[in-house]
Structure formats: C-alpha cells, structure tokens
Design a protein around this ligand. Structure first.
Ligand SMILES: [Zn+2]
Length: 92
C-alpha cells in the first residue's frame, strides 16, 4: 500500500543560512497555512500567511511535548524564497 507523503526537506547543505527562529507572537487575525512539509518528519514546517505577511512555522514534536517557533514575518515573495531555500536545504 502506498502512503501519501507531502514535501520532504532535502539534506542540509554546506553554508546554509540559519533562520532566526523565535517564539510565536499572536498578531491577531487568522493564519492560513499555504504549504507544509510532511508530518512524518520532525521538525515539520508550515508556510503561513496572516495580516498580509508570510512566515514559516516550525513544530518540533518530542516526548516532552510540542515546541512551536516562527521565522521572521516577511513579504510574500521573500517568504516564498525562504520556503524554497528551506525545502532545498539552503536555509534551516
Ligand atoms: Zn513523509
């Protein structure tokens, strides 16, 4: 039986750009998830849009619970470039 998997991250590349992850901040309004990586991997990542900006949400699941952090909030084009870099292993 085939299992459905969504995007998997490529292995991290040499010279990758570290993303400035920080504690999630509620900015009001609804958050829409535009894309997400496969739930079989931890951390998993979601591309979220809210209040006209786009950010990436990182969720780390462990025995101790779930830890969520966020990338900086960016304009759509910059956030999509960051998302592609994340998937390709150029940023993490
Ligand atoms: Zn998977």
């Amino acid at each position: 039986m085939m299992e459905f998997h969504s995007s998997h991250l490529k292995p991290l590349r040499e010279g990758f750009v570290p993303i400035a992850w920080s504690e999630p901040v509620s900015r009001g309004g609804s958050v829409r998830v535009r894309a997400h990586t496969c739930g079989c991997m931890t951390p998993s990542y979601e591309l979220c849009s809210a209040a006209g900006l786009v950010h990436i949400r990182r969720t780390v699941r462990s025995a101790g619970g779930t830890c969520v952090s966020e990338s900086p909030w960016l304009r759509s084009a910059a956030a999509h470039r960051l998302w592609e870099s994340l998937l390709d292993g150029h940023a993490r």
